[in-house]
Write a protein that binds this ligand. Structure first.
Ligand code: GDP
Ligand code: IMO
Ligand code: MG
Length: 425
């Protein structure tokens, strides 16, 4: 009976989906607490591959209750598409999905505005309307899931919001306006289909916690994409860190038992923004190809680089990790030498703390420590005793440098390609 938060420790795509799916074997409830369908969480079971965008990665286990929390922004079209696709593959969504009535809804005008904004202010977003939707939430004009069930109120809010957005689209961006009637009809159809899932998810999850159930809270994106603590403005628009799990679901911090940070054995980033350990040459390309580092949501090539200890230590500090799940060790197999970044050099000085000044982060150079790689394959290893000596050294070095224990090691994309050193439940 524990509540465990799963957090991306880097810039996203660390393998959260795989770890959540694995841990769901012992979980009763899995809940997403922020983000939207900008996320792409991959789960591989045997020869079957699933990419989850909004539905928690626990849905593939029969009978597990899945919650989309109030901190998530929901594009109903994307959600229904995902539900239909899963149902077509034999999953039972109907009795297992809860949508928080307070989750905000992504509207077509959010997507339209974001596409225009990206033309001048390049963040490299996923183009899913995430930022504009959270903007409406924070400025107290957003439309929430529960509003879909009250057509008159929905119409009123739609009219007010769309009038303002159309003004911007036409006058500022010289783009075509959107049609209110068409959006109203489309969203009322979504409302009918989603009504039975919309519930008081905060009440439900707290009841489950108090009943002594095992609960997994699934983060999306990663710590360095957090709106407050990430590499602003090159971030997403939500609280990706562990604290976001409390506000994004309505759970008291005192009810959180463990916080597992998920980190790749190297680093990747999609979209714009500083990335001190990025490898832009052949080596980066080799890691990209070996690791299949292409976005699960947009298909964009992910930027690849060495493991960044400075960033990881910062991430551990902010999240309070009780342990790390290290993924994609196998991608480093066969490398003669591996580097890890242990400091940043800026203006002739070396720093071992992560700068929150973006200018410094853009200009700093990584201080790299070279270590010997391992020739043997680690792919699919399930027992720590079978890992090559140098792979074990790599793990120990990371643990020492970030003062956090590695409790899970993932050695392949499949559910059972994993070494568990400490149980989370
Ligand atoms: P998420 O967004 O954090 O859930 O991660 P993604 O699904 O976007 O990206 C992780 C990718 O790595 C997916 O294609 C996974 O199937 C894959 N993956 C996860 N863990 C491992 C691992 O240990 N080894 C290998 N080779 N692939 C992994
Ligand atoms: P998962 O959950 C990696 C990045 C985008 C862009 C920035 C802002 O699969 O780890 P947004 O559309 O959120 O406004 O884009 O954030 N980004 C991600 N990068 N993994 C993700 O999710 C991401 N979700 C958003 O590439 O740089
Ligand atoms: Mg992903």
């Amino acid at each position: 009976m524990s509540t465990v938060v799963i957090v991306g420790a880097q810039w996203g795509d660390e393998g959260k989906g795989k770890i959540v799916d694995f841990l769901t074997q012992k979980a009763d409830v899995v809940a997403r607490y922020q983000g939207g369908n900008n996320a792409g969480h991959t789960v591989v079971i045997g020869s079957e591959k699933y990419v989850l965008h909004l539905i928690p990665s626990g849905i593939l286990h029969k009978g597990t209750r899945c919650i989309i929390g109030n901190g998530v922004v929901i594009d109903p079209r994307a959600l229904l598409g995902e539900m239909n696709a899963l149902e077509a593959r034999g999953m039972n969504i109907e009795n297992n999905l809860y949508i928080s009535q307070n989750a905000h809804i992504i509207m077509p005008y959010h997507i339209a505005i974001e596409l225009e904004q990206e033309k001048s202010k390049k963040i490299g977003t996923t183009g899913r309307g995430i930022g504009p939707s959270y903007t409406d939430k924070i400025s107290r004009q957003g439309i929430r899931a529960i509003d879909l069930l009250r057509p008159d109120l929905f119409r009123e809010k739609l009219h007010a919001n769309l009038s303002a957005c159309n003004y911007l689209l036409v006058n500022l961006y010289k783009a075509a306006p959107l049609d209110e009637e068409a959006i109203f009809t489309e969203y009322m159809d979504y409302a009918k289909k989603l009504e039975k899932y919309i519930a008081d998810a905060t009440l439900f999850i707290n009841q489950e916690i108090n009943a002594g159930k095992n609960i997994l809270l699934e983060g999306a994106q990663g710590t360095l994409l957090d709106i407050d603590h990430g590499t602003y403005p090159y971030v997403t628009s939500s609280s990706t860190v562990s604290g976001g799990a409390c506000t994004g679901l309505g759970i008291p911090p005192t009810k959180i038992d463990r916080i597992l940070g998920i980190a790749k054995a190297y680093t990747t980033r999609v979209g714009e923004g500083p990335f001190p350990t990025e490898l832009t040459g052949e080596l980066g390309e080799a890691i990209r190809q070996r690791g299949g580092e292409f976005g699960a949501t947009t298909g964009r090539p992910r930027r690849c680089g060495w493991l960044d200890i400075v960033a990881l230590r910062y991430s551990s500090t902010i999240n309070g990790f009780t342990g790390i799940g290290l993924t994609k060790m196998d991608i480093l197999d066969g490398m003669e030498k591996i580097n890890i970044c242990v400091g940043y050099k800026y203006n002739g000085k070396i720093y071992d703390t992560f700068p929150t000044d973006l200018e410094m982060l853009i200009r700093c150079e990584p201080v790299l420590q070279e270590i010997d790689g391992w020739k043997e394959s680690t792919s699919g290893i399930k027992d720590i005793r079978h890992l090559p000596k140098n792979a074990l050294k790599y793990i120990k070095l990371i643990e020492d440098l970030i003062s956090t224990k590695i409790q899970i090691i993932s050695t392949g994309p499949k559910r059972d390609e994993i070494i568990v050193l400490e149980d989370q439940f």
